[in-house]
Every structure is written in structure tokens, then in C-alpha cells.
Write a protein that binds this ligand. Sequence first.
Ligand SMILES: NC(=O)c1ccc[n+]([C@@H]2O[C@H](COP(=O)([O-])OP(=O)(O)OC[C@H]3O[C@@H](n4cnc5c(N)ncnc54)[C@H](O)[C@@H]3O)[C@@H](O)[C@H]2O)c1
Ligand SMILES: O=C(O)C(=O)C[C@]1(C(=O)O)C=C[C@@H](O)C=C1
Length: 323
Amino acid sequence: MSVHFKKLALIGIGLIGSSIALAARRQGLVEVISIATRRQETLDEARDLGLGDIYTLDATEAVRGADLVILCAPVGAYRALAAAIGPHLEQGAILSDVGSVKAHVVKVVGPHVPAGVSFIPGHPIAGTEHSGPAAGFAELFAGRWCVLTPTSGVPQADTDRLVAFWQEMGSSVECMDAAHHDMVLAITSHIPHLIAYNIVGTVADLEATTQSEVIKFSASGFRDFTRIAASDPVMWRDVFLTNKDAVLEMLGRFNEDLSMLQRAVRNGDGAALEAMFTRTRAIRRSIINAGQETAAPDFGRPHEQPPTPEVPLVREHGGGDDA
Ligand SMILES: NC(=O)c1ccc[n+]([C@@H]2O[C@H](COP(=O)([O-])OP(=O)(O)OC[C@H]3O[C@@H](n4cnc5c(N)ncnc54)[C@H](O)[C@@H]3O)[C@@H](O)[C@H]2O)c1
Ligand SMILES: O=C(O)C(=O)C[C@]1(C(=O)O)C=C[C@@H](O)C=C1
């Protein structure tokens, strides 16, 4: 299906918004890109990077005449944004988003969507620990999944157009129910981030000498957690505030399994430990076989080893506008 939008409005222009701008432009999917954000500094950065054609601090102005509007801000900002832009959306437009949670988005944005506008929430399962307009790149979505959760009454032709838009940017697309999305993502994305924040937070609270040793010898399992725990604090604050039930459900299961492991360690139960570690290894193999990861043993590691300068354990907040 050929996909072409005359005006794409991106509300929020960080890692995901800028990646959409770059990918959509490169693939020739849109004629005009209008960009709205809340802070002048972010808008200037987007302009300097040449991400769009129209730059404004007024989201209502950005959506005027747009046939595709995508909310790309932290989900905590959605309710106010939807209330502001709702009355200004064009008849026949598609309104979507990229938020990491979906049921909450349907709940807070849905009531502000006028009749004649197709509301199709979305979530590209692609990202990095970096944020801001300069963090984006056109290839971010290539080979990654994008989940859409079309709301009731949306014409199939509009869903098909949005599916084609993401496919043109390199994604595979799956449509599902918002609540189901939130449960799946709770365990595949949200809990792993919570665990990473927790383990790196434990180190951050250690006394100074132990902490410097952890940093010095961090080329081990810990290092992989630090990448995830450097992710944007505002974005992740909002994820945990808005996917509470699914996260608590999965956290309950996680805690049960952790208690089982704790018991096995205490009792010296090698068989239980080995059985669990064998099952987890198989999951890793399935992810590699599905093309979602490479088996390269040095993935992400630098080849030469310069001494690491003073690096903060947790990156300072540089992302969303809402903090
Ligand atoms: N980072 C990831 O890995 C990832 C992956 C998939 C989806 N997401 C989702 O994408 C969305 C954006 O995440 P990101 O990583 O691009 O974050 P980011 O921090 O890089 O960018 C967010 C942008 O939103 C803007 N913003 C904040 N409040 C705003 C407001 N009230 N009005 C207008 N603009 C506002 C800021 O200017 C900022 O540039 C989030 O909802 C997040 O859950 C993130
Ligand atoms: O690779 C990373 O840095 C990510 O955490 C990306 C990741 C994920 O958990 O997979 C993070 C949040 C999103 O909503 C989607 C993707």
C-alpha cells in the first residue's frame, strides 16, 4: 500500500520524535513536518538539526492541517496535550502516539478525540538509553516491532495507512488490545528497567570505596544494567506511574521466582539453580533466532580499553520537559 501524508505533526521531539522525523523524511512518507515542543531550547535544537519544516511552541498550531499527528512526549504530558490539541485536529486526521504504555493513553487521550478523527495508539519497541532531539537516527525502527492498539470505530483503511507508515520505516507491525500490550511490555521492558534501576541504585548507595571498585571492575554483568539504568528518568517515572497494575502483577511473579532462587542458594540446591539457568539460556537463544539480538559475545563493549574518566553512575536528567 502506498503511504503518503501531507502534513505530519510531531508533538515532542526527543529520541523517538526525531527518529520518526528522520525516517519519514528519508522514506518520502510526508510532505511537511511540523514540530511542537514545550521548551524553546529543545525547539532550537530540533531546528538546528533540520528535523522539520515548521517549529512552534504551540501544539495547537502544529496540528493545524495535519493528516497525521503523533504524540512523542513522556506519557505524563499526554492528558494536557490531548485536551489542548483535541479541538484543533483536522477532520479525517489520524492521531497516534509512541508511548510505552497503552491503556492509560487510551483513557486520558480518548475523551479528547473528536468524531471524525481516527485515534490509533502505537508503541515502537525500539529505543536506546539516550534522549533529546540529537539522539534520534533514521534506522532506529528497522527490524523492530511496532505495536498498534486501534480504538473501536476506527476505519480499517486508517489502521492500514498507519501500519504501512511504520512498515516503510522498517518495522514489523502487530495490532493488539491495549491491556494485553501493557501486560506483555511490563515483563519484557518495564520490569527489566526497574531491576536495572534497583541494582544500580544499590551501588549508588554503597560507601565510596566500594562504589569506586564497582566502577573499576564494571566490565561484568553489572555494566549491562548501567546502560538500561541510564535511561531517561522522566519517561520511566511516567511508565511506572501509568502501568502500575501490570507492573505490580509481574513484579509479584518476579519476587516469587527470586525467593525460589534465594532458597536454592541458601540450601546449596545446585539442581534447582542449573535447571533455572538452562531454561533462561533457551530464552536468549530464541531471541537471537527471532533476529531481535545478535549472538556477538562482545556486543556493546569497546575494543580498546581506555581508562574510564569520572562517569556519573546515573546520567543526569536531560530528557522530557515535564519534570
Ligand atoms: N526511549 C525509548 O527507548 C522509547 C522507546 C519507545 C517509546 N518511547 C516513548 O516515547 C515517548 C518519548 O520518549 P523519548 O525517548 O523520545 O523521550 P525524550 O526525553 O528523548 O523526548 C521527549 C520530548 O518530549 C518533549 N516534551 C516533554 N513534555 C512536553 C510537553 N508537555 N509538550 C510538548 N513536548 C513535550 C520534550 O521536548 C522532549 O524532547 C515516551 O512516551 C516514551 O514512553 C520511548
Ligand atoms: O534498548 C533500550 O534501551 C530500551 O530500553 C528500549 C525499550 C525496551 O525496553 O526495549 C525501552 C522502552 C520502550 O518503550 C521500548 C523499547
